[in-house]
Design a protein. Structure first.
Length: 166
């Protein structure tokens, strides 16, 4: 069954995410980082909810969730390496036998490869207070905040935006 959403024809899920990276902000890696982090299933599900994630552990969980799925699993070794370089060992889903979880339609997140292109980009997203993820869905008005974020930051110097649609 086809649905019309935002004047486009859609046949599946409708989660939308805005990923904002402050490329000119100060990176502050907390001194009290845990040596080991094991995400729970609830930490790793990012879909239709209307929420904003700006703390370092949620942003790290978002990146990890993206690398659980087939379309971005090649990024997981980079993510794990960068986390280790800042002092965090992430227990992988296989290591702690969690059920599958992840980001709805993560194949739409291809551009976030840029966040994992090097250690500095990773730290800029995870540890800069001006970087965040806003989630919602376009079935109703829950997408308003996502599109508002995209509009507010689209021309702002020192910020890079990524959008996950579908």
């Amino acid at each position: 069954m086809k649905q019309t959403r935002k004047n486009l024809f859609e046949t599946n899920s409708s989660s939308v995410h805005a990923i904002v990276v402050n490329t000119s902000g100060k990176v502050r890696v907390p001194r009290d980082l845990p040596e080991i982090i094991c995400f729970s299933e609830s930490d790793l599900n990012f879909g239709w909810e209307s929420a904003t994630y700006n703390d370092w552990s949620s942003k790290l969980a978002y990146l990890y969730s993206a690398t659980i799925t087939d379309s971005l699993k090649d990024l997981r070794p980079l993510l794990l390496r960068y986390a280790e370089e800042v002092g965090i060992h992430i227990l992988t889903a296989e290591e702690h036998a969690e059920e599958w979880c992840g980001i709805d339609h993560s194949e739409e997140l291809g551009d976030i490869r840029e966040i994992l292109k090097d250690l500095d980009s990773f730290k800029q997203f995870v540890f800069c207070s001006g970087s965040f993820v806003t989630t919602g869905n376009d079935n109703d008005e829950d997408d308003a905040e996502v599109y508002s974020v995209l509009g507010r930051f689209s021309d702002k110097e020192g910020y890079v935006l990524y959008r996950k649609g579908n």
